[in-house]
Design a protein around this ligand. Structure first.
Ligand SMILES: [Fe+2]
Ligand SMILES: [Fe+2]
Length: 300
């Protein structure tokens, strides 16, 4: 059996994750200096990760406007992080609703919900501190998120959780290590990356368990749903309204970003850890492939 498909006993994994949570967790209220001044002239994300980097529109922006756009894109990602987390908190509550609360598996799910609850408050305070709107998702994904959190089930439900977590992990890991990025953003990313590593382990193992014994029809449904989630995660990260902050029409900015090879490459890079895993467990396949391609996570 390959490494990706090896899962430990459910209770043993949960026990290990609970021990790690007890030793290594943050309280953003105390661990972040929310009053610290923002650094003048520092980008909020590495410039080459801004969705318009390398386009004609980018060339027309002043350095100040480019920094401003990086700030609004970080705020968009943070506010959509809250959206993802609100969905997954509800999914985890539903996942464990009828399970034995004395099991380590349920207790870890509750611990993860507590982590996500702190993360959402942290992201909300970050958006507030940056002085940006809480962009959140556009109308269609906002509505579909409501459906998913109400009826999502099985391996594609955990795949939805994993997709959001793996993509954010890759983006935040790079930014936290980049000394030219705003210190506040780096600290937020550091806290998030550290705590999310446990969530990724939990979701991966549940996906592997959930894939066992699926019928052909069930497999098709989960593959399609995983593709749809990949597509919407990719498209919601940057709300087109961010472009307004630097005087660009949201429709024009969105179009330029989607056809920007740098942005497409960033999306592909952000999924480099995710894609081999979903492929190996069998979740990457027809009838979801068109949506995976449109997400840019697997290239065009
Ligand atoms: Fe989180
Ligand atoms: Fe998480």
């Amino acid at each position: 059996m390959s490494r990706a498909l090896q899962v430990a006993d459910r209770e043993k994994t949960a026990e290990r994750l609970l021990n790690s949570s007890a030793k290594n967790s943050y309280d953003p209220d105390l661990d972040i200096d929310w009053e610290a001044p923002l650094v003048d002239g520092a980008y909020y994300t590495p410039p080459n990760r801004v969705s318009l980097y390398g386009t004609q529109l980018w060339d027309q922006l002043s350095e100040e406007q480019r920094i401003e756009l990086s700030k609004h894109e970080v705020a968009s990602v943070a506010s959509n992080g809250i959206w993802f987390e609100m969905i997954l908190m509800q999914l985890l509550i539903r996942h464990t609703y009828s399970m034995d609360p004395t099991s380590r598996h349920v207790q870890y799910a509750l611990t993860e919900i507590a982590d996500e609850c702190r993360h959402s408050i942290m992201f909300a305070r970050a958006v507030e501190r940056l002085g940006c709107p809480a962009y959140g998702p556009q109308r269609t994904p906002h509505f579909l998120g409501r459906v998913l959190k109400t009826i999502g089930w099985g391996p594609s439900m955990f795949a939805g959780i994993l997709i959001a977590e793996e993509i954010l992990d890759r983006i935040q890991r790079e930014s936290m290590a980049d000394e030219s990025v705003q210190p506040l953003v780096r600290m937020i990313n550091r806290i998030h990356v550290l705590e999310e590593a446990r969530h990724v382990r939990y979701a991966r193992e549940e996906i592997v368990r959930g894939m066992e014994g699926l019928s052909k029809a069930e497999l098709a449904v989960h593959r399609y749903q995983a593709g749809a989630m990949a597509y919407y995660v990719s498209r919601t990260l940057i709300n087109p309204e961010v472009y307004r902050a630097v005087g660009i029409d949201p429709k024009v900015g969105r179009k330029a970003a989607l056809s920007n090879p740098h942005h497409q490459e960033t999306m592909k890079w952000s999924a480099e850890r995710l894609v081999p895993f979903v492929d190996e467990v069998g979740l990457l396949g027809a009838p979801g492939m068109r949506l995976w391609r449109k997400s840019f996570f697997i290239g065009k």
